[in-house]
Design a protein around this ligand. Structure first.
Ligand SMILES: [Zn+2]
Length: 380
């Protein structure tokens, strides 16, 4: 047994001053203001927040999910822990079908082998999307939907796919959404030209996530509210958002918050290999991407191609833009993700019985240490 002593502990119910997080067998045993009689790790000057969960991340630090390499996934895991991320879904993008299959197979094999952020499963973004809002997804590899093919993907992933993107206007989308939902895979709506009705029907069929809301979807018009109008107004829907202030204007983040509140927003990094690295030319799937001033764009169309941000930066930006306290933004980086993925009994907040996945930050939200299962995996 040991305990971490901190200045403040952010639990879902309250912020506890001068608290001790007692850890036993990698789990949180108790959070208390009374000094426990065990080894104390003294981080008195720091605040303890829950380990963050990035459900939509392609790459970081020169490595990408599409490398289909256990080494790359391990490197991503280590790099993410440096930013306070303790769990993630390596995310594929539209590519040759065999390459996608290989990537999700490798993700399933890498689970449990990482020494930083834990791999929770995979996120399949593309190939079941639409050319009109392709972003950095090459049209030539986009595919028609069939339940047989989805079954093939599930099998090859050893049933570790957690989220799959579908454009609701595609043929057979309704059957596919229902099938995936029954299999326990969360369907996300994105890279789509779906209108308001098509999107609401998809949500009714089980699709509960809006992929990087505002980006890669039919926008809002007062006579044609589009996919955006539906995901903003349908209370069932969780909305991903890339809060790097490049993908969405601060006004867009304010609109999202007013529409969805703190319990339905999922901040994501959507980062690619150039995250943590200098400007230059990088590969994203099959495309060459130029990164200038930390903004990644495809050479072909100039479209934004993933980000170079991380969840901690998005957390800071969101606090700044919305002018709300840290405790109101924390659900957007941890607990909402855990609830969505139905793993909130073990991660997502600092509470008894959950894994001791904890991040210690200073007053300016800079990382001091990251704990996973009660062990320090990163320390400044
Ligand atoms: Zn995307």
């Amino acid at each position: 047994m040991k305990a971490i002593k901190v200045k403040k502990v952010y639990t879902p119910e309250q912020v506890i001053d001068i608290g001790y997080i007692v850890i036993e067998n990698g789990k949180i045993n108790n959070v208390t203001t009374k000094k426990p009689s065990c080894e104390i790790l003294d981080f008195s000057g720091y605040r303890a927040i829950p380990g963050m969960i990035d459900i939509h991340i392609h790459g970081i630090s020169g490595y990408d999910t599409m490398d289909a390499s256990i080494h790359s996934l391990k490197e991503m895991s280590t790099a993410l822990a440096r930013h306070g991320v303790t769990g993630f879904l390596p995310t594929t993008l539209t590519h040759d079908f065999d390459r996608i299959k290989m990537a999700i197979k490798i993700v399933s094999e890498a689970m449990g082998q990482t020494s930083g952020a834990e791999i929770i499963g995979s996120y399949v973004e593309g190939p079941y999307i639409t050319p009109e809002h392709r972003g950095a997804h090459p049209v030539k590899y986009m595919r028609d939907l069939s339940v047989d093919e989805l079954n093939e993907l599930i099998k090859v992933s050893n049933s570790t796919i957690k989220v799959m993107t579908i454009a609701p206007e595609k043929e057979n989308a309704a059957d596919a959404i229902q099938f995936l939902t029954e299999k326990g895979i969360h369907v996300s709506i994105g890279h789509t030209n779906a209108d308001y009705e098509q999107t609401n029907n998809a949500i009714e069929n089980g699709a509960k996530i809006s992929v990087h809301t505002f980006n890669g979807m039919r926008g809002f018009n007062h006579r044609d509210p589009g996919c955006l109008g539906a995901v903003l107004t349908n209370d069932e829907c969780f909305c991903e958002c890339i809060a790097d202030l490049q993908h969405v204007h601060p006004g867009g983040i304010k609109l999202l918050y007013q529409a969805k509140g703190k319990n339905r927003i999922i901040l994501i990094s959507d980062s690619m290999a150039a995250a943590d690295l200098p400007d230059g030319d990088y590969t994203l799937g099959t495309l060459t991407v130029k990164v200038e001033n930390k903004v990644a764009r495809t050479i072909e169309t100039g479209s934004l191609a993933g980000s170079t941000t991380n969840l901690l930066e998005c957390l800071k930006n969101t606090i700044e833009v919305l002018g709300i306290p840290l405790e109101d933004v924390l659900p957007m980086v941890a607990l909402n993700q855990a609830k969505l993925l139905k793993i909130d009994h073990e991660v997502g907040s600092i509470e008894s019985e959950k894994k001791a996945n904890i991040v210690l930050v200073d007053e300016n939200l800079n990382i001091q240490a990251t704990f996973i299962n009660g062990e320090i995996v990163y320390k400044v």
